[in-house]
Design a protein around this ligand. Structure first.
Ligand code: TYM
Length: 347
């Protein structure tokens, strides 16, 4: 990982810190796992890492109060089951740490309406309903910037769909530093997107990303799916009548095939070309069961651990409590500085 201060226009001189988060809005899928969670596990060995469960983001669309705490615990359990180690990384629910909401308000007063109205994810989520969705959904990317900047995080591992939000976070950080004449106060956070799983697509439509909100459960592999279900979903995955090609150019107009090859490569930690070398000329009747076996074997220990954690919610809650205290400890002095910079009474 590059030093943050090198080459990104930031005068920030502080230490590197990694921050990322996931919404507790349903079981995690293979896209969340390959696009983000595997990176969390890799990064924790070398960097200070803060991994949040972003319950404040989840409530930008209505969440059943009877379910929200359980959903939050489930994401924490998935982090742990995938290998995030609470002795190395901080894991906590966003609503436990007041810095998120407070800094989001301050940054709402820095970000410009025009910047937010360009956010494609808002347009996708709001659709034709943009007058009737919550104000929170519109301001969501500012909360995301606050999440990162309340920790002065320098690096943010995410899937490709978060690229625009990360660019906005950098713009907001830069404007704060300029407006208040504090060059280098906030780092300009670097997205860590590259990697084979950065954009996993739906199994039903290679032009749509794999998503929790897709009405078809067959479009995604959930970390909680049984081996039978995983095998069935890959068997039913859309492909075309051709064979596995031998070169990457040929994947370009075959989005479904490209996606399956990409999933295989990400799970096996190979390149796409390695996968083509192994399966070129074979039909999908051979490739899909091989992919299903690989996914089942990869996910089996994770889903077993996930079930163990879910059977022992008290253990997960202890991790979340400890993580909340540590996260508050890091963000508190940063928030004190921000209040001083902005000139609030009592700061
Ligand atoms: P969320 O909860 O939608 O997704 C969690 C992470 O999974 C990645 N992801 C994917 N990666 C590859 N292929 C896919 N099909 C796929 N679908 C999801 C996402 O890119 C993300 O990394 N706004 C964020 C959460 C957030 C956040 C933050 C992230 C809130 N504050 C601060 C980083 C830093 C979101 O809704 O992610």
């Amino acid at each position: 990982m590059k030093q943050n201060q090198v080459g990104n226009g930031s005068d920030y001189k502080g230490p590197n810190r990694v921050f990322s988060g996931m919404q507790p809005t349903g079981a995690l899928h293979l896209g969340n796992y390959l696009g983000a969670l595997t990176k969390f596990v890799d990064l924790q060995n070398e960097h200070e890492c803060v991994f949040c469960i972003v319950d404040l983001h989840a409530v930008t669309v209505f969440q059943d109060p009877k379910l929200l705490a359980g959903q939050t615990r489930e994401i924490a359990a998935a982090y742990l089951a995938a290998g995030v180690d609470p002795d190395k990384a901080i894991i906590y629910p966003q609503a436990q740490v007041a810095a998120h909401t407070e800094l989001a308000w301050f940054l709402n007063c820095v970000a410009r309406v025009g910047w937010l109205s360009r956010m494609t994810q808002f347009k996708d989520k709001a659709g034709k309903n943009s007058e009737r969705v919550s104000v929170g959904l519109y301001a969501y990317p500012v909360l995301q910037a606050a999440d990162i900047l309340a920790f002065k995080a320098t690096h943010v591992p995410v899937g490709e769909d978060q690229k625009q939000h990360l660019e906005l976070s950098r713009d907001i950080a830069q404007k704060f530093n300029n407006d208040f004449n504090v060059p280098g106060f906030f780092p300009l956070p670097e997205p860590l997107i590259k990697g084979p799983g950065a954009r996993i697509m739906s199994l039903r439509d290679g032009n749509k990303k794999m998503s929790k909100s897709d009405p078809s459960d067959n479009s995604r592999i959930n970390l909680t799916d049984s081996p039978d279900k995983i095998a069935k979903k890959f068997r039913k995955a859309r492909t075309d009548a051709g064979m596995v090609p031998d070169n990457l150019d040929e994947l370009e107009n075959r989005p479904e095939v490209k996606n399956l090859v990409g999933i295989y490569a990400a799970l096996a930690r190979l390149s796409d070309q390695d996968v083509l070398d192994e399966y070129a000329g074979q039909g999908f009747g051979t490739f899909k069961p091989a992919l299903a076996d690989l996914a089942v074997e990869h996910l089996r220990p994770i889903s077993a651990k996930l079930n163990d954690y879910l059977a022992n919610p008290g253990d997960v809650d202890k991790v979340l409590k400890r993580g909340s205290d540590k996260a508050a400890e890091i963000s508190m002095p940063i928030m004190d500085d921000i209040r001083k910079i902005m000139g609030f009474w009592g700061a």
